[in-house]
Ligand binder design. Structure first.
Ligand code: NAP
Length: 281
């Protein structure tokens, strides 16, 4: 049976580290502030935003929530973003995605000041990740790297396979592994011989959004398996992209869902907010 990589434990460790630094800021009379914008009534987005507010509160970071109606226009949203860009008391700005269809996500993201872009979605920050000279990392891949570090899993020279090539998970994940000297293969829906490639992996990171897609026969015995997926199984229960029951019999270490990568994502958002404040102050 594989070792369970416990995202709750590791995120608590990270948050504790952040809380101490926030405390130091406060002693110096400074407050760290994250502005969170949500447009419309998407119920999943509301839950994510509420969790982000809770995390801020727990760590002593001030959060400002802007809940805008579904009818908000690009111009109105841009006006708010420009106001927050110019507000020196705001260190980080996060616009919860997806936005309602009539809004131009690309335009909105590109208007957030790169130094306040705590999601690291702005093209400037994406470019910096590519060259390995960054202030912010996208929260989910950064959370995965933090988990590997905490578990003393050194990827240097290892075969790492990333399943999925999205801009928010797969691609930056591959870059971070590459910066850590792994040999990286990225797979996607057109990849041929997917199972063979997965079986080569010393570290397999899966982010495709397909419930229990990766089965034990696709995993090399002793591999480390990181499951980013957040899916629903046939009974509507939360599960990952990896068939945990069978893969945990083959892998040496594995993240569960829930309680794996998920909790790390918010912890890393808090880290980015702290990093933004440090840089600005
Ligand atoms: P996405 O934007 O839908 O991208 C999915 C990727 O998987 C695409 O690159 C797609 O390939 C690839 N893919 C789909 N089916 C495949 C298949 N059968 N074989 C190989 N590759 C396949 O998804 P995402 O935003 O990266 O999210 C992926 C999963 O992670 C979802 O379950 C999401 O809920 C979860 N997630 C979790 C967190 C967290 O905090 N834990 C954060 C973000 C996302 P193509 O490019 O060829 O279409």
């Amino acid at each position: 049976m594989a070792k369970i990589i416990d995202g709750k434990e590791i995120s608590a460790f990270v948050k504790n580290r952040i809380a101490k630094e926030v405390e130091e800021f406060k002693k110096g009379g400074k407050e760290i502030c994250l502005a969170v914008i949500i447009v419309g009534e998407d119920s999943a987005s509301k839950v994510y935003v509420a969790n982000k507010e809770k995390a801020c509160e727990a760590l002593g970071i001030k959060s400002l929530k802007y809940a805008l109606p579904e009818s908000t226009t690009n111009e109105e949203l841009l006006e708010l973003i420009h106001k927050l860009n110019n507000d020196k008391s705001v260190n980080g700005i996060l616009c919860q995605l997806p936005l309602p269809k009539h809004l131009d996500e690309k335009l909105i993201i590109e208007n957030i000041l790169p130094e306040k872009d705590v999601d690291a979605f702005h093209p400037v920050n994406v470019g910096r990740i590519m060259i390995g000279d960054y202030d912010f990392l996208p929260c989910t891949p950064a959370g995965v790297m933090e988990m590997l570090k905490y578990e003393n899993i050194d990827v240097t020279g290892k075969e790492c396979v990333v399943l999925g090539r999205s801009n928010i998970v797969g691609k930056p994940m591959a870059m971070l592994l590459l910066h850590s000297n792994a040999t990286v293969t990225v797979c996607h829906s057109r990849t041929k011989n997917l199972a063979d490639i997965c079986r080569r992996a010393d570290v397999l990171v899966v982010a495709i959004g397909k419930a229990k897609f990766v089965t034990a026969d696709m995993v090399k015995p002793g591999a480390v398996v990181i499951d980013v997926g957040m899916d629903r199984d046939e009974n509507g229960k939360l599960c990952g992209d990896v068939d945990f029951a069978t893969v945990s019999e083959v892998a040496s270490a594995i993240t569960p869902v829930p309680g794996g990568v998920g909790p790390m994502t918010i912890a890393m958002l808090m880290q980015n907010t702290l990093n933004a404040a440090k840089k600005q102050l």
